[in-house]
Design a protein around this ligand. Sequence first.
Ligand SMILES: Nc1ncnc2c1ncn2[C@@H]1O[C@H](COP(=O)(O)OP(=O)(O)OP(=O)(O)O)[C@@H](O)[C@H]1O
Ligand SMILES: [Mg+2]
Length: 499
Amino acid sequence: MKILYKNSIDELILLAMESDIARKGDYLLIHDEKINKKMIVQIYNEEYLSSQSLIEDIVKDEVVVASSVENLHDPLDIGKLSRMIRDARLFRTKIRASIDSESKFSNEITWLPSRVDSKINRMRISEINNLVKRTGIYSIHLGNSGWDDEQFEIFADDLDGKLNIVTGKKESGKSHLTKLLIKALVEYGAFVIVMDLNNEYGGLAWNRDGTQSALHKQITILEPGDGLGFSLDYCGKAAISSMLKNALDMPAASLREFIRIWDWLENKNTLDIEALGNAINTWNTNELVRDALISRYHSICSSGLFVGTPTVNHEGLRFESLTARKNQGLALILNMGKAMPVVRRMIVELVLTKVVELLGRDIIPPIFLFAEEAHLYVRDTYWEDIITRMRHFGIYATFITNQPDAISDGIYRQVDNIFLFNFTNDTDLDKISKVSLADSDTVKSIVRTLPQRQCLVIGKVVRDLPMVAKITSSNLMALGQTKTFFKAKASVQGISSIT
Ligand SMILES: Nc1ncnc2c1ncn2[C@@H]1O[C@H](COP(=O)(O)OP(=O)(O)OP(=O)(O)O)[C@@H](O)[C@H]1O
Ligand SMILES: [Mg+2]
């Protein structure tokens, strides 16, 4: 490889011959031996070397070959040279960093390597890691770098306290990667809450062959009516009021009346679902307010999110008991696949307000929150709340979505890590290239051609050097595949050719 020219402020174009093997996303080290400085560049695109005369030559040659009957006489094998030139490629690279003669690493590049004296070699992931000191205690193995012998890992330390986004088109492997992250976090003892829209994360408890996974005891699957039920008392006035206001659109006047009823029941020590219903029916108030209260009460009852009078054996869900019992790490999977949209919003309001309250009182450890397609059930303002206010309380969010434009720019501005799978749609690519932490040429060019199950990792986990990772498969049970009609039909008929 040789340096050909510099294109813009941060772009070097390299000439590669047939034997120079490197791929998009690879890092190259350009060592200028004369001044003993090194430059790190990343390939973001590969093209043919093409000039008008080269193209004319290729056409002429084809015409000659097609029209001549006898073999061309070429004793000096000139044709080989010309074939090599035709197969020469250009690597478009972005300058990422430089290492000066004292081995000091910096992102400031104010020099140009020599075209004559520079040696260019592909960098291994381990070399890059050493250079940028990408190490940590809690390693998460994600796969390889695309070269089979190079493992790719990130560190849970770099997810701690951070905001992450996993995005890519449908079926690109987002949920699979998220499961790997959750598995590792739980193994390291973290407390994870997953808002699961496709009821697929329960698969973390099982191996593919149907046996229990190593994580089995640390996975708790909750769903409205089945484990995900709170007592009114535990939720508290604040959480219930915010649920009524934000998820059930309760008008202010009715909310004030509700709070009066609540206080009255609390004073009488009879705060439970049944007593609340009776009180609403007999409360002395105007008809409009009563109607508003009754309709919300029905939503509360039919949501399945509340247990009746708490008993010793059945006190409803308490986050602090779960974290205390499973101090080895825990993933709390909130199955919302079958819940109505309004119930999903109620779950989010209740869970987040309660968890923030418990975190504020230091009763539970910080939480890693994974939200799939959160725009479908999280209020717009909540997004920003989660990343600003809640982050300080100890809720570290990862949003998983196939619609990058569903996430507001305010959030992108604060994001620490992005796991970017393939996008081919121009609108999505434009959006993600504008807001991501890497330059838009790299994102557009690499992401457009990423194969399924490979992703571009950007941000703090890779010390701001974007890297392509081929995500490993896992032995965990994969739930949540798209349900198909013909596959089901074929299996009923015993046809195995459709897989
Ligand atoms: N690295 C991988 N190795 C093996 N299988 C994988 C890998 N990544 C994804 N898969 C499989 O490919 C399928 C689609 O992956 P996944 O459900 O993660 O995609 P997705 O991006 O979350 O899709 P959707 O947008 O529909 O939610 C799943 O069956 C999953 O098990
Ligand atoms: Mg998914």
